[in-house]
Design a protein around this ligand. Sequence first.
Ligand SMILES: *Cc1c(COP(=O)(O)O)cnc(C)c1O
Length: 232
Amino acid sequence: MSMVSPGAAPVDLATRLETVRAGVTDAAREAGRDAAEVTTIVVTKFHPVSLIEALYALGVRHVGENRHQEAQSKAAELAELDLTWHFVGQVQGKKARQVRAYADVIHSVDRDSLVAALASGESTIDCFIQVNLTDDAARGGVDPANLPALVDTVLAAPGVHLLGLMAVAPLAEEPRRAFARVRELSVQICSQAPAATALSMGMSQDYAAAVLEGATHLRIGTAITGNRPAFS
Ligand SMILES: *Cc1c(COP(=O)(O)O)cnc(C)c1O
């Protein structure tokens, strides 16, 4: 996007947020959906808490993080704010209980051992099962062939509430096609988990395609936050 003309102020956070909100509204209209069905999660990884505070002042209530230690400290620092924390990165089994302690929603449940580590008799955590749309197991997510078995595992686990499916569109595939595959998988698991109809899919580059394929939760980083600071 090159919206900066000579002498003009750089495109700021409020403007980028407005642009994405308008884009979501447009895509929802095109899909014949109500934009209110779509939750936009702003992925704030690598950015300081001051950016989250600025987003909060602009009305953002859903934020996403993908690294445990960073997420843990930000959530602690901003505990006073009425924010819903979404954990969107891969979860190590040994960190699962810690992630559960501050996250409201985990988007990346992808194996039986993680479900076992998240199970609890005391409280309930909302989660998505992440589906891997590539052939690369390192990318995280369950192989679609093993999805029904994992759904059963989650349904049987105390304290783990299944919202639906999450996916990242592979680079090598047209995003809308990839998201259509996720939607088909969602229909397939309907008989097992009729209430687990949510779809977490769509990022900065492909959120409109995701809305057209039924996304209920968008995970949008750079289109709203601007570029991420260098890895520290
Ligand atoms: C970083 C991240 C996003 C947001 O990516 P952008 O391209 O910056 O919008 C979404 N989902 C996951 C799982 C991520 O790690």
